[in-house]
Design a protein around this ligand. Sequence first.
Ligand SMILES: [Zn+2]
Length: 139
Amino acid sequence: MHELSLARSLIDLVDEYCEQEKVSHVSRINIRLGELSAMSRALYFCFGTVAAGSSCEGAQLHIDEIPLTVFCRHCDEVKHPNGRYSFRCSDCGMPTPEIVTGREMELISIEVGKTAGGPGFCGGKPVSRERNAQTRQES
Ligand SMILES: [Zn+2]
């Protein structure tokens, strides 16, 4: 369920962009996805299905996974926790509930073209404004 709604919100963002820029088809979408969401694979696999019929149909999805980092108040520094589900500082062992990175889903750039990799390929096109589609964590 989760990855489907994530795929939809991503496609909505791309659709919105395509409408503004008068782009009819997208060949590649580059996103950043936090490690904590643990959805890279699921998103990758469901993307094609969700994209059918949208401007993203047949587009390649490239996911850049962002590692999880937390802020340790005790050390006053950004740290990598020991495990994905135990938010403790790797140095002092204090609980670190403040997540710095690892939860985000960001649309980085969109590549447009008539067909993926075909003669109409225009190369990378940066998205004009960075948008965050925050994934709601069920907690
Ligand atoms: Zn610490």
